[in-house]
Every structure is written in structure tokens, then in C-alpha cells.
Design a protein around this ligand. Structure first.
Ligand code: HEM
Length: 269
């Protein structure tokens, strides 16, 4: 197959530029903006919608990432070797991937709705955040589009495990299979390009929190913004200061004692 310059740039050069910007950007941000390494949580302003939208989005995305790992990293020959037919693989990929993708899209839609309709949250939204939301949503929508196209085309549809997946794996051995990726349909090209754009802007947005280490962040206790201390009879204990009552903060519950988190917690939020 004759390769065009555009194919070479898009599938042979751009992925490596993306990795350099992603890694370089993360190093730069860590060096110069360690205290800005945060989600800039808006939980303090609104938590009712956030409690539904955030897990929906994050758990959906975890399932989407797992699907990408299976689809892009595990070669077709391996699933065939363990007796998994193409039809069975694709049926499950479309079903599970579709549910995960719709969940992620629902989550992000709710997060954006909340951000737009809750005054203080909207006020705390920067232009940087808005750009990030557009690219993130586009990556999810175009991803789902590839899934939808596959559903409608059925067994005559395009098998991305013969084009996108070998290309993806070839990048890691520094021998990009540009011809394989060039053969994929437009929907896959678009989704992959937007996906790469998301990785390029990643270090410079609040998405940086996803690369938080050490990983005790995942298991740390919730941050207590405000607590009511009660005595044994259930009465509020507090310090009367004029009209206002100041309450001392509650001691951390045993199951949630912070392990190795100390003052770092505030930085990772
Ligand atoms: C840049 C590298 C990426 C590649 C090569 C890639 C490739 C693919 C492929 C081949 C599919 C079709 C899966 C199927 O129909 O079974 C897909 C679906 C999807 N992708 Fe990506 N993707 C990339 C990045 C991303 C990113 C960054 C996101 C979102 C944050 C994303 C979100 C989705 C979603 C929501 C779906 C549909 C549901 C699913 O199958 O999980 N992708 N992607």
C-alpha cells in the first residue's frame, strides 16, 4: 500500500510527539506546579449530583480502559488460541464496551450539567477546564461512534484488531505499522486523533490528578470539611463564640486512619 505523507505524520510521527509532550509535560508540571497537582475539587460547593456523576464517570472509564487493554494490547491470535471466536469476542466487546461507554458518557454529561448549573462550580471553571471537557467528551463520543458503527455493520464491519491494534502495539517496538492504521476507517482515525489530543493536553489540565502517586491517594480517608462533634447523649459539643458555635473536628474513625498520607492529602485533592 502506497503511504501518503499525511499517513506518515499522523500514525508514524504524531504518537511519539504525543508521548514526549505527555511525559515532558508531567515532569514539567511536577517540577514547577507541584501544589497545583490537583483535581481542584468542587465537592465543597455541591455534592448531591457529584456523588452520582463522579463514580459513574470514573468507574465507566475504568471499564473503558480495561476494554482498550483487551482490544489493543492482546493480539487476536491469542484469544483465538484459547478458543475464543471472533464473533464471541466482538459480541462481548460491543456489549461490555457499549455499556461502559454509555456509563462514561452519562457521567461526563452529568458532571458538565452540574458544572454549568451550580453557580459557584461554574464560577470556579476556567477556560482550561472548558477546553479539557470538550476534548474529553469528544474522545468518548467518537469512541462510542466506532462502537455504534461496528454494531450496525455487524459481521461485515471493519475488524479493528487487524488494523488499529497491530499499529498500537507496533508503536512500542518503535516500528510503527503505518500501513495497518492507514487502512482503518475514518471513525477510528478520528477517535484515535482526539484520544491523542487528550493525552497531549493532559498534563496541563486538572486531569493531571489521574497520575497521582503514591497510590495511597486511592485508599485515603475522605477529607472532612466540617464535622459535628457529639457527646454520648447525642448533644452537639461546641465552643460558644458569640452567635456562632465552633465545633472541634471529630477524630478519624479507626477503619479510616490515614496511612502514610499526613499533610500530603491536601496537595492531592
Ligand atoms: C489514543 C489512543 C486510543 C485508541 C487507539 C483507541 C481505540 C479505540 C477502539 C479501537 C475502540 C473500539 C472498541 C470496540 O468497538 O470494541 C474504542 C472505543 C472507545 N474509546 Fe478509545 N481509543 C483511544 C483513546 C481513548 C480515550 C483517551 C478515550 C476517553 C477518555 C477513549 C474512549 C473510548 C470509548 C468511550 C469507546 C467506546 C466504548 C468502548 O468500546 O469502550 N478512547 N477506542
Amino acid at each position: 500500500m502506497e503511504l501518503s505523507v499525511l499517513d506518515i505524520v499522523l500514525w508514524g510521527v504524531l504518537p511519539y510527539v504525543m508521548v514526549v509532550v505527555l511525559v515532558g509535560g508531567l515532569v514539567w508540571r511536577y517540577k514547577y506546579d507541584q501544589f497545583g497537582w490537583t483535581t481542584r475539587s468542587s465537592q465543597l460547593y455541591e455534592s448531591r449530583l457529584l456523588r452520582i456523576a463522579s463514580p459513574l464517570f470514573h468507574f465507566g472509564l475504568l471499564a473503558v480502559i480495561a476494554g482498550h487493554f483487551f482490544g489493543l494490547v492482546i493480539p487476536m491470535a491469542w484469544t483465538e488460541a484459547v478458543g475464543m471466536s471472533q464473533e464471541f469476542y466482538h459480541f462481548n466487546a460491543l456489549l461490555v464496551g457499549g455499556i461502559a461507554g454509555v456509563g462514561t458518557l452519562g457521567g461526563i454529561a452529568l458532571l458538565i450539567y452540574r458544572r454549568r448549573t451550580t453557580g459557584p462550580v461554574f464560577m470556579a471553571t476556567t477556560r482550561n477546564d472548558k477546553t479539557m471537557y470538550v476534548v474529553l467528551t469528544a474522545a468518548i463520543v467518537f469512541g462510542l461512534w466506532t462502537t455504534l458503527v461496528s454494531v450496525f455493520e455487524g459481521e461485515h464491519g471493519h475488524n479493528y484488531r487487524e488494523t488499529v491494534s497491530p499499529w498500537f502495539r507496533s508503536l512500542f517496538i518503535l516500528q510503527p505499522d503505518i500501513a495497518a492504521m492507514a487502512e482503518a476507517p475514518f471513525s477510528f482515525h478520528l477517535h484515535t486523533l482526539v484520544g491523542m489530543a487528550l493525552f497531549v493536553i493532559w498534563p496541563f489540565t486538572r486531569l493531571v490528578h489521574a497520575f497521582t502517586a503514591p497510590f495511597h491517594y486511592l485508599f485515603r480517608p475522605y477529607i472532612v470539611y466540617r464535622s459535628r462533634d457529639r457527646d454520648r447523649n447525642g448533644k452537639r459539643r461546641g465552643v460558644q463564640t458569640g452567635a456562632a458555635t465552633r465545633t472541634p473536628s471529630t477524630a478519624a474513625r479507626p477503619g479510616w486512619s490515614a496511612v502514610g498520607t499526613r499533610d500530603r492529602d491536601t496537595r492531592n485533592r
